[in-house]
Design a protein around this ligand. Structure first.
Ligand SMILES: [Zn+2]
Length: 314
């Protein structure tokens, strides 16, 4: 976890260890890139079979379960309007009343929560007021003021600060990682210390971002594909998904400047095209995750070509 997230995490830990832990959280932040990892960490801690003082153990079946965890339900914006749809909310509520797949609880992540419309907010309000046992909600937003006040009053609010450049540099130094790598690995892999813990994943992430930027500026995708050879498609597709997420969020003003939005500047392909593209990437990621051998040459080749296509519409 990034060091500047430690203060809000301690607040969360206090709540988790209290006599009546909250069943609905709201993480309010200025930068989605930094808060995503806090939301994910909280979800992991809630689902862990043997948490240690509120921290996920990292070893149980739940902690080691590859993404997406069967007991995490994510609600996010859909379609050209970029709203969280009432149908998706209703589905999530139905699931909330069923038993969790694994032994622990069930977590419903609403991110970004300000994309809830009135009807969806009202539907959620009812279930947040009287939640089924074992279900915990995490709302994440950069504009808590846009949420329904009655809903906000039911949530445990945690403010997530953005590190000042000085604190950021100091932290990077103390970790022995350069600031640029720290930011980049947080943005691409949600793993700020990847430069030390998974340097090969960071290197691949950097190469993928670099190729996508070059394709965006008109270079031939099939030429850029050549140096890749056989690659870890799980990492490549994870990075591509996160890039799509950031380009979608930036169009809803849901994110601040980060290495992805800095490298891929506006104008952007439409949100609808980005969602369609992300779906293709997700298919590849699901296969790679399930251990199905993915021909990385073919998969990456087709994703690169499709990337060139969506930018051609800009
Ligand atoms: Zn665990």
């Amino acid at each position: 976890m990034s060091p500047w997230l430690k203060a809000p995490w301690h607040l969360i830990l206090k709540g988790l260890q209290s006599a009546s832990p909250p069943h609905a959280w709201c993480l309010a932040h200025a930068s989605a890139v930094f808060s995503d990892s806090l939301t994910d960490h909280l979800a992991q801690s809630l689902l862990c079979d043997t948490p240690k003082k509120g921290e996920p153990c990292g070893e149980c079946v739940s902690c080691r379960f590859p993404d997406p965890h069967p007991d995490i339900l994510s609600l996010g914006p859909e379609g050209a309007a970029g709203m969280i749809k009432i149908d998706a909310v209703r589905e999530a509520i139905e699931v909330a009343y069923t038993t969790a797949s694994m032994a622990g609880c069930r977590v419903i992540v609403v991110r970004p929560a300000d994309c809830l419309n009135q009807a969806a907010s009202n539907a959620l309000l009812k279930v947040v007021e009287e939640p089924p046992s074992g279900t915990v909600f995490i709302f994440q937003t950069s504009v808590p003021g846009k949420l329904l006040p009655t809903l906000v009053s039911r949530l445990r609010m945690v403010r997530v600060p953005v590190p000042t450049p000085q604190i950021f540099e100091k932290t990077a130094q103390s970790l022995g990682i350069n600031g640029e790598d720290l930011l980049l690995s947080d943005a691409l892999l949600a793993q700020p210390t990847a430069a030390q813990t998974a340097p090969e994943r960071l290197a691949l992430g950097r190469d993928v971002l670099d190729a996508l930027v070059r394709i965006r500026f008109g270079e031939d995708s099939q030429v850029l594909l050549k140096p890749f050879g056989k690659v870890d498609m799980l990492t490549a597709s994870t990075v591509m998904e996160r890039i799509c997420d950031q380009l979608i969020r930036v169009q809803f003003k849901q994110t601040s400047q980060n290495p992805i939005t800095a490298a891929l500047s506006a104008p952007y392909p439409s949100v609808r095209l980005l969602y369609q593209y992300k779906e293709r990437v997700s298919e590849v990621r699901t296969q790679a995750q399930a251990g199905i051998a993915v021909n990385s040459d073919l998969a990456l080749g087709s994703l690169f070509a499709a990337w060139a296509f969506i930018w051609a519409t800009v």
